[in-house]
Write a protein that binds this ligand. Structure first.
Ligand code: ATP
Ligand code: MG
Length: 439
């Protein structure tokens, strides 16, 4: 016999299995609830888009676009299928999305959303793809939950509300050992001058910088501030800071944001080096770090991107948003031991004898309709074996249905934790288990 290949998930991707998936569902469900309480609506987006969209918005010099995207040609694979082929430009390149803000802006423009009343407050939940070196908290397919506000206003109260919503969400899911860092990186009036100044200062200390930073002096000097290389830290500390070079409007915007954060009793730390890896940010930038994650400790990044919609061919539009890394958030919740007790199997139906089978099927349906999680064994089993399995599956109760029960029209309810047992009529059983569910 030939040896068969054992397939494994591709490096950097993974399966999320039960019961962990219940934690993921709860996490995402909490986001739906919290975000909707702030009047955000969900947007569902394609998983791949034109490569050009990401190149233009995220920026060709960023790590994401220059080396991390999974890109393929749309026409490949359709060689014999002229009709499908005709739809797209021959050879058009598309990429699996590395982030979703670009898609949200593309959709905003495509659906003429600036014509809708008020600001557009949108959120998304889904997978992103980046060709990175896989390690703890860093995957090639990972999950994000993000929110964006697009519209005509750039009021600092919007930034503050977005941050409030983010922290209310983190609080709701027990992600509390976090730190919020904020910064302002200026706008098109003041940033170019600052970047030039930074570049000049960096050129003076060239010989003390490593390869990546050296390259960034020319391509993207702001990113040097991101450097984690220990030897570069003392040099970076001496560089000019953007906070000393903001124009009046940006300075006022940042001051007002901090006022708004205080009003909402949001704790934050200022971090002048927080520039973020994407090109499209202006003014407010922020990041949230959490404990228990080692060096991959950022669980959320975001900021303002006032020119992005226009850059993508849309009308002048202000924007702000964030993206939460679900993988890391859940890791941090797990490491903190703050994992909630979620659902699980409520009742195992232990039936024996063909005569009791119809009763078992019936009561299972009724209990399920009452919102309980029920396991109904598909084949007959001895009571001892059935109860042993119920225990192993972590069921809270067993409902026992045998000859006696069928004859007397009752059910035996056994609490598995302590073996406590009682006989109940159908109505009593339903009522009892329903009230248990609510506890
Ligand atoms: P990092 O500096 O850790 O690489 P980033 O700046 O690339 O993060 P963003 O683009 O701001 O990350 O994405 C927002 C969040 O998405 C991050 O804070 C992180 O929690 C999560 N994230 C980003 N890349 C990955 C990845 N490869 N695997 C898992 N989570 C990720
Ligand atoms: Mg990254």
């Amino acid at each position: 016999m030939s040896e068969r290949k054992q397939f494994r998930a591709i490096k950097g991707t993974r399966d999320i299995l039960p019961p962990d998936s219940a934690l993921w569902n709860w996490f995402e469900h909490s986001a739906h609830e919290v975000f909707e309480s702030y009047n955000f609506g969900e947007i569902r987006l394609p998983v791949f888009e034109s490569t050009e969209l990401f190149a233009r918005s995220v920026g060709t010099e960023t790590d994401i676009v220059s080396k991390e995207m999974f890109t393929f040609s749309l026409s490949q694979g359709f060689k014999n299928d002229r009709q499908t082929h005709d739809e797209s430009e021959p050879g058009e390149l598309v990429s699996l999305r590395p982030e979703a803000t670009a898609s949200v802006c593309r959709a905003y423009i495509e659906h003429n959303m600036q014509a809708l009343p008020g600001n557009q407050k949108l959120y998304y939940i889904g997978t992103m793809f980046r060709r990175e070196r896989p390690q703890k908290g860093r995957y090639r397919q990972f999950y994000q939950i993000g929110a964006e506000v697009l519209g005509q206003s750039d009021a600092p109260a919007i930034d503050a509300e977005v941050l409030e919503m983010l922290l209310v969400f983190f609080n709701r899911v027990g992600l509390t050992r976090t730190t919020l860092y904020v910064n302002s990186i200026g706008d098109k009036t003041c940033r170019p001058q600052y970047v030039e100044l930074l570049r000049e200062e960096l050129r003076k200390v060239k010989d003390k910088l490593k390869e990546d930073s050296l390259r960034r002096i020319e391509t993207n000097p702001l990113r040097v501030l991101d450097s984690k290389i220990p030897e570069e830290q003392p040099i970076i500390e001496t560089l000019p800071r953007i906070s000393d070079h903001l124009c009046d409007d940006c300075r006022a915007h940042f001051a007002k944001l901090k006022e708004e954060l205080n009003l909402r009793r949001i704790e934050y730390k200022e971090n002048w080096r927080l520039v973020r890896g994407l090109d499209y940010y202006t003014r407010t930038t922020f990041e949230v770090t959490a404990e228990g994650l080692g060096s991959q400790n950022a669980v959320c990044g975001g900021g303002r991107y006032d020119g992005l919609v226009e850059l993508l061919g849309g009308p002048p539009t202000k924007g702000i948003g964030f993206a939460i890394g679900t993988d890391r958030s859940i890791l941090s919740i797990e490491e903190s031991g703050n994992v909630p007790k979620l659902g699980g199997l409520a009742v195992y139906i232990a039936w024996m004898g063909q005569a009791s089978y119809p009763t078992a099927v019936n009561i299972a349906r009724k209990l399920r309709a009452a919102g309980l999680s029920i396991e109904l064994p598909p084949e007959e089993m001895k009571f001892k074996k059935a109860l042993g399995l119920a225990d192993k599956l972590g069921a809270r109760y067993a409902v026992i249905i045998g000859e006696d029960e069928v004859a007397s029209g009752t059910f035996t309810l056994k609490r598995l934790a302590d073996g406590d047992q009682k006989k109940l009529a159908e109505g009593e059983l339903l009522e009892y288990l329903e009230s248990e569910r609510r506890r």
